[in-house]
Ligand binder design. Structure first.
Ligand SMILES: *[C@@H]1O[C@H](CO)[C@@H](O)[C@H](O)[C@H]1NC(C)=O
Ligand SMILES: *[C@@H]1O[C@H](CO)[C@@H](O)[C@H](O)[C@H]1NC(C)=O
Ligand SMILES: *[C@@H]1O[C@H](CO)[C@@H](O)[C@H](O)[C@H]1NC(C)=O
Ligand SMILES: *[C@@H]1O[C@H](CO)[C@@H](O)[C@H](O)[C@H]1NC(C)=O
Ligand SMILES: *[C@@H]1O[C@H](CO)[C@@H](O)[C@H](O)[C@H]1NC(C)=O
Ligand SMILES: *[C@@H]1O[C@H](CO)[C@@H](O)[C@H](O)[C@H]1NC(C)=O
Ligand SMILES: *[C@@H]1O[C@H](CO)[C@@H](O)[C@H](O)[C@H]1NC(C)=O
Ligand SMILES: *[C@@H]1O[C@H](CO)[C@@H](O)[C@H](O)[C@H]1NC(C)=O
Length: 486
């Protein structure tokens, strides 16, 4: 067991080292403290046995088990919903010494509760009770666990509010779940990243009012971060004011995210709602996200991503990318965004790639999306560049098979409602558009969409008219095809 733990820690440390300077960093995972008791056979005294309510039974309505295990009928992705025959052993963080006054450091209590629950052979439930506020510092919760687990958050979990209180070399993540296979995090509680002081750091881009944001370390923690985890469900939480991204999934499979409310101010920098990277079979549905950056962003290596019934804004919309930075290769395929509302947003649905990358984006569907005062409702930008001084290069990702259907609403007239800026060297192909009707929120219609090197077809009349899509395929298609990932 100790050896396994040790191996796990070594893996994490190497993982965090290897994951690149932007994404992760080296950090010192705390050693896992064992509960003085043998928690495998003896959960803390007084911990009640919990049977999850089934559709037919109703346990007490205000206890930790008031919410039934999440399940989404008709959803394409299986959720690890426990059967009603299982009973859950309850691990209440209060029983592990958590104080919950918002001031005491409850990190060790949470970690011990996690470790105990994780070693339990039966399904287990960690309870974060209502009416308390738990201060938790940067922490890794390590799996895999012996059985499925529910992290039931009905109370509040807060981060330290002062950036200065974070260890200098451990400022990129707050709550990490590693190999948390079969984990469900749910409840009506609040996870509060208290990011305000991070957003105000002088190094942040929006501080560069005169073009001179100060240099120096600018790392800010992601609130909830999942690495290498399968069968993860996140349901019903409120998450607010993350210093950086609110959720980030890396190398995860079979993830279901539902009924979330994510909220941070429109001017908070880099506070993406949910970022998915290197992950497969991810369903994000029935959630409301308002923040200062992308609502949902989809990074390299994402496959089979389904986003449905999501309301975004203010923010920067739903993005695939940015991809291909520093000549990297990226593959994204089979992404569907359906039944979304995007309001007061810089972008609607966006694909963004840097010059010089390789790989492909394919089989993307944007269907039934309502835009309300969005600056770039439909945009492909293959010249993505933050510094405005990027060189044009001869390679790029190959974007093909993108369908825009039933996209209606209003745009902010500062830019054209449709912008297809495809690469000079690698045109976009098979871009299909139907039932697009975009009108100015106020002011004059911009009747000219921006089109550059884009092939495809408008299958219906559209507003604005999309006569600029080139028919057929570019002559260079054979060369481009070699870029395709799948
Ligand atoms: C459960 O709910 C049903 C319908 O809401 C009610 O008739 C029944 O009395 C409840 N049972 C218990 C044990 O509370
Ligand atoms: C739960 O319900 C009981 C009885 O209805 C009530 O006394 C108690 O205050 C409630 N607890 C919470 C946390 O709402
Ligand atoms: C994930 O869930 C599926 C279906 O319930 C199961 O077959 C698989 O073993 C699970 N994988 C992991 C890593 O827990
Ligand atoms: C630009 O802002 C920086 C930091 O706020 C400040 O130190 C500098 O004096 C400013 N420069 C100008 C030209 O205003
Ligand atoms: C695309 O992804 C969905 C899940 O979002 C999955 O159900 C479907 O099978 C995938 N399609 C292909 C062709 O792999
Ligand atoms: C989206 O919302 C509709 C209407 O409320 C509902 O019928 C459908 O099941 C939802 N889809 C998902 C994936 O939750
Ligand atoms: C890159 O190419 C695009 C399209 O040809 C052009 O509009 C843009 O000005 C070029 N940028 C640079 C930096 O050369
Ligand atoms: C064009 O893209 C659609 C998906 O948007 C795909 O179903 C179709 O097979 C593609 N057509 C070709 C010729 O690649």
């Amino acid at each position: 067991m100790t050896l396994t733990r040790l191996t796990a820690l070594v893996v994490i440390v190497s993982l965090l080292f290897l994951c690149g300077t932007i994404d992760t960093e080296a950090r010192h995972p705390h050693r896992h403290h064992r509960s003085p008791k043998n928690t495998i056979s003896a959960p803390p005294t007084g911990a009640p046995l919990y049977s999850p309510p089934t559709a037919a039974s109703n346990a007490s309505s205000n206890s930790t088990n008031s919410m039934p295990p999440s399940s989404s009928p008709g959803a394409p992705i299986p959720t690890p919903a426990p059967t009603s025959a299982n009973s859950y052993l309850l691990f209440d963080v209060l029983a592990y010494g958590a104080v919950g006054n918002g001031v005491s450091d409850d990190t060790e209590a949470f970690k011990t509760a996690w470790d105990s629950a994780c070693q339990e052979m039966n399904p287990s439930m960690i309870s974060v009770p209502k009416g308390y506020s738990f201060l938790i510092k940067s922490t890794i919760f390590v799996g895999p666990c012996q059985n499925i687990m529910i992290f039931q958050v009905d109370g509040t979990i807060v981060a330290p509010s002062e950036p200065d209180l974070w260890p200098v070399n451990s400022r990129r993540n707050w709550l990490i779940f590693y190999k948390a296979d079969g984990l469900t995090i749910r409840g009506g509680g609040l996870i509060d990243g208290r990011g305000e002081k991070w957003w105000e750091l002088p190094c942040k881009p929006h501080k560069a009012k005169n073009g001179s944001a100060s240099h120096g370390p600018c790392d800010s923690p992601v609130a909830l971060r999942f690495f290498s985890s399968s069968n993860v469900t996140v349901d019903g939480l409120k998450v607010q004011d993350s210093p950086q991204f609110h959720f980030r999934f890396d190398q995860c499979r079979y993830v279901t995210v539902s009924s979330l409310q994510i909220r941070s101010p429109a001017l908070s920098p880099n506070t993406d709602g949910i970022h998915v990277e290197g992950s497969e079979n991810v369903l994000i549905h029935n959630s409301v996200i308002s923040n200062g950056d992308d609502c949902v962003s989809i990074g390299a290596g994402s496959l089979n991503i389904h986003i449905e019934n999501v309301t975004c804004g203010p923010g920067h919309g739903i993005s695939i990318g940015s991809l291909g930075k520093q000549n990297s290769r990226a593959c994204v395929a089979n992404v569907t965004v359906r039944n979304a509302v995007i309001r007061h947003s810089d972008n609607g649905v966006r694909i963004k790639t840097w010059q010089g990358g390789s790989g492909s984006v394919s089989a993307v569907t944007f269907d039934n999306i309502h835009m309300d005062t969005v600056r770039n409702p439909i945009i492909i930008d293959q010249y993505y560049c933050l510094s405005k001084s990027c060189q044009n290069q001869t390679s790029n990702l190959f974007v093909s098979g993108v369908s825009y259907r039933n996209i209606k609403g209003t745009y902010d007239v500062r830019s054209p409602p449709v912008h297809f800026g495809c690469s000079d060297s690698v045109p976009c192909t098979n871009i299909t558009v139907s039932e697009v009707e975009l009108l100015p929120a106020t002011g004059q219609i911009i009747s000219d969409p921006f089109c550059w090197n884009v092939y495809g077809m408008a299958q219906t009349m559209t507003i604005p008219p999309l006569l600029c899509l080139q028919e057929g395929l570019p002559r260079s298609i054979m060369d481009i095809d070699s870029n395709k990932c799948y």
